[in-house]
Design a protein around this ligand. Sequence first.
Ligand SMILES: C[S@@+](CC[C@H](N)C(=O)[O-])C[C@H]1O[C@@H](n2cnc3c(N)ncnc32)[C@H](O)[C@@H]1O
Length: 368
Amino acid sequence: MIKYLGSKRRLVPALAVLAEASGAQTALDLFCGTTRVSQAFKSRGIHTTAVDSARCAHVLARCYVATDPDADLGFRAALAAAVDELNAVPGRAGYVTQTFCVEARYFRPENGARIDAVRDAVEARYAGTPLWPVLLTSLLEAADRVDSTTGLQMAYLKQWAPRAARPLTLRVPDLVAGPGRALRGDARTLAGSPDLGPVDLAYLDPPYNQHRYDSNYHVWETLVAWDAPDHYGVACKRAELRDPTTRSAFNGRRTMPVALGEVVSRLEAEVVVLSYNNESWLSYAELHELCSARGHVEVLAFDSARYVGARIGIHDPSGRKVGRVSHLRNTEYVVLAGPAARVRAMARAVESAGLGARVDRPVPVPAA
Ligand SMILES: C[S@@+](CC[C@H](N)C(=O)[O-])C[C@H]1O[C@@H](n2cnc3c(N)ncnc32)[C@H](O)[C@@H]1O
């Protein structure tokens, strides 16, 4: 699984308990990111639709949610053979090497050349086949294991990360058996549209702040698009990211509350489960009110570590520490909304499993 800001790794056990306690047979993961949550639903036999606006998240969803490795006899063997074959492809420098290893330093040049050659081979040999999203995912994960960043592609480390010296090696992704669906699009457009259709449970994990995912993970966007884009700045970001129309409404302080309100009200779902945190733009009361239009509301709270930048501290361009870390932990809220009996049973199930606690008021942000 790739490094991804806001990934719900720690919340997955609680979200799985919630899904099971809800009795859902169909689910929607509307901001699916790494697809961890979709995978947890799918592996419990829930038919899951994974949606995201980012190219990279969509490829992960096609791999882990929409691919059923057991639907076709021979798929797993063909996949293993393809991964072996790609691991034998010799490096050949191209766009990745020039842009992300020479102009920037996300990967060592020898790994950049391998990424270039493997990505070309995936396109030439597997475009249009069911193996394409799985092999591309395998390449993204292999590149992530040898990158030289703190987990965001806004910048790269001054000194090579030790992992960057390891040779790029693809692995067979750990696929989840069963059917599922992947859609790429804007949550605002898709919510309530016939493309999504009704579901028993909708899980929403929108961005919490102004940091854009397509920008923070622009290298993955380019590896998927494979379009050798013009780029700008030290980070060599895709030129299109400068265009304000490519910005998600969920990344704007003014636009986010409206966008979230529209999505929550339009979704065709019995139960809505919304992740949010106590340092974000909407207050606890606003969050509660926004969800109460869908029925009874329960709020669960989970203690969590803040993003990596908060832990490293604030440095000037020469690497000198110029600020101090204010606090290291915050609270993740999971808001449940829907029929009272069902929502209460879901909240109780999480509490009985010792995975989270119900709260009926905001959890304060620690003083700086
Ligand atoms: C907090 S992350 C989700 C993390 C995910 N739950 C996980 O565990 O990996 C938010 C996601 O929302 C996506 N996103 C941002 N704006 C969007 C929009 N307007 N429509 C759909 N997805 C969007 C981002 O690409 C990102 O993957």
